[in-house]
Write a protein that binds this ligand. Structure first.
Ligand SMILES: Nc1ncnc2c1ncn2[C@@H]1O[C@H](COP(=O)(O)OP(=O)(O)OP(=O)(O)O)[C@@H](O)[C@H]1O
Ligand SMILES: [Mg+2]
Length: 243
């Protein structure tokens, strides 16, 4: 049975899809057969972000309507062991019962599943994930995102979901000058244990154009640290000044 991760956030645009893709690259690099599932029905993101939009014919809704999982799985070019199931093109296509059966079946054949959920407080599909799923709540250091991460973190804890915090878009200079909230404040607000910090980076901003990350870049190192921590390795937080 593979590891199942669900990337969530309260506020939109905080970098969930970027983090999901980055973790996908990282797990692939660690030799894990990794499947990203784009849950943002109607909008979609990861196919374009990862350069699979031209080859993607089928999507999650086709699987739920009876196609084999493998029919809607697309290999990501240039990324070791990384595959994608695109999101449905229209809304209302994800039936909870069928989705639950799909998620269980997929977890049997993959080392790592990463579900990229839409932002917000609709938690209806969360209980359909296989037992042991870990929710990765992404928060940026701006005040709106921090307040929203508190709402999501609190709700996940109420639902007894195992959840961790990933801080994205971190800029040491902003934190030092107290323009944005510091790491400790964000952790306290969300009520979640910190898993890792991803720096603000032009390389990540350009991911939808380049579809790749440089192996030794700061963002890739951040994603590798998070992936290794999730694999149970003891990985220290980096020096925030150098992140
Ligand atoms: N660490 C980062 N550094 C620089 N730009 C980033 C970073 N993370 C995300 N971005 C950029 O921010 C924008 C939003 O990112 P992304 O689409 O991953 O957010 P999201 O939370 O998935 O959004 P949505 O709620 O719409 O699904 C994108 O343009 C992305 O390239
Ligand atoms: Mg997204």
């Amino acid at each position: 049975m593979g590891q199942v991760y669900a990337v969530t956030s309260g506020k939109g645009g905080v970098g969930k899809s970027t983090v999901a893709a980055g973790l996908g690259f990282a797990f692939g690099k660690l030799g894990k057969k990794t499947l990203l599932i784009d849950m943002d029905e109607g909008l979609r993101c990861l196919d374009l972000m990862l350069g699979a939009d031209k080859s993607a014919v089928f999507d999650l809704s086709d699987i739920l309507m009876g196609k084999e999982i493998s029919d809607a799985v697309y290999k990501i070019d240039g990324a070791d062991g990384l595959f994608l199931i695109p999101a449905p093109r229209s809304v209302g296509m994800i039936d909870a019962y069928l989705f639950s059966a799909f998620a269980k079946q997929a977890a049997e054949s993959w080392d790592v599943l990463i579900f990229d959920f839409p932002a917000g407080m609709d938690f209806s599909l969360y209980s359909c994930l296989p037992d042991g799923a870990l929710f990765l709540t992404v928060a940026a250091p701006d005040p709106v995102s921090v307040r929203d991460s508190a709402a999501v973190g609190g709700r996940l804890l109420e639902l007894s979901c195992a959840a961790r915090l990933i801080i994205n878009n971190f800029r040491y200079s902003f934190s030092k000058r107290r323009i944005f909230r510091g790491i400790d404040d964000i952790i306290d607000s969300s009520g979640l244990q910190l898993l890792g910090i991803v720096p603000y980076s032009s390389e990540l901003m350009l991911l939808p154009v380049t579809h790749s990350l440089k192996p030794k870049s700061k963002p890739m190192s951040a994603f590798l640290r998070i992936a290794k921590r999730l694999e149970g390795e003891r990985v220290l937080l980096p020096n925030l000044k150098k992140l």
